[in-house]
Design a protein around this ligand. Structure first.
Ligand code: GDP
Ligand code: MG
Length: 169
């Protein structure tokens, strides 16, 4: 493998507290669900289309409380995963405020993906899948429902982001 095949990407996870940002990251990094909140920011190496990617993923633990992740965080990010919790209508509604903030501070060409997490919690669902799809269309970004618990779509999300970024690199 050639060194020029190595790309470094910076991705940040944003969204209301409790939507599952840390859990999603832990699931991607370690392939398991560890209940309970804790902060985690990791660098993960993986291959996409024969390219080796080193992706540093920043989990915005705590700061979401203040509705403002530091501006440097946004400025340096190539990709942003905007999460809501499918069992929380307010977390879904709040994605609009998050997106406003993203557009204000992030680079214009940042890759954004809208994610409806906790897709395993079917009986407590408050946001329908088609509502998520509709909002993503309005925002002009891709959409997926994920479960940090079961791992559904978690690899796909990070690979889709990495692939998109690789095309632009
Ligand atoms: P954060 O504040 O956005 O980082 O959210 P956390 O990752 O700390 O998760 C908040 C709570 O939701 C914790 O109790 C997690 O165990 C739980 N949780 C996170 N993701 C999922 C998921 O996909 N399914 C279920 N059932 N619970 C989840
Ligand atoms: Mg967290």
């Amino acid at each position: 493998m050639n060194v020029t095949d190595i790309l470094t990407l910076q991705t940040i996870l944003v969204g209301d507290s409790g939507v599952g940002k840390t859990s999603l990251l832990v699931q991607f990094d370690q392939g398991k669900f560890i209940p309970g909140s804790f902060s985690a920011t990791v660098g993960i190496g993986f291959t996409v289309s024969h390219h080796w990617l080193y992706c540093s993923i920043w989990d915005t633990a705590g700061q979401e409380r203040f509705r403002s992740v530091t501006h440097a965080y946004y400025r340096d990010a190539q990709a942003l995963l905007l999460l809501y919790d499918i069992t929380s209508k307010s977390s879904f509604d709040n994605t609009r405020a998050w997106l406003t903030e993203i557009h204000e501070y992030a680079q214009n060409d940042v890759v954004i993906m809208l994610l409806g997490n906790k897709s395993d919690m079917i009986s407590s669902r408050m946001v329908r899948r088609d509502e998520g799809e509709r909002l993503a269309r309005e925002y002009g970004v891709p959409f997926m429902e994920t479960s940090a618990k079961t791992g559904v779509n978690v690899d796909l999300v990070f690979k889709a982001v990495a692939k998109e970024l690789k095309h632009r690199a």
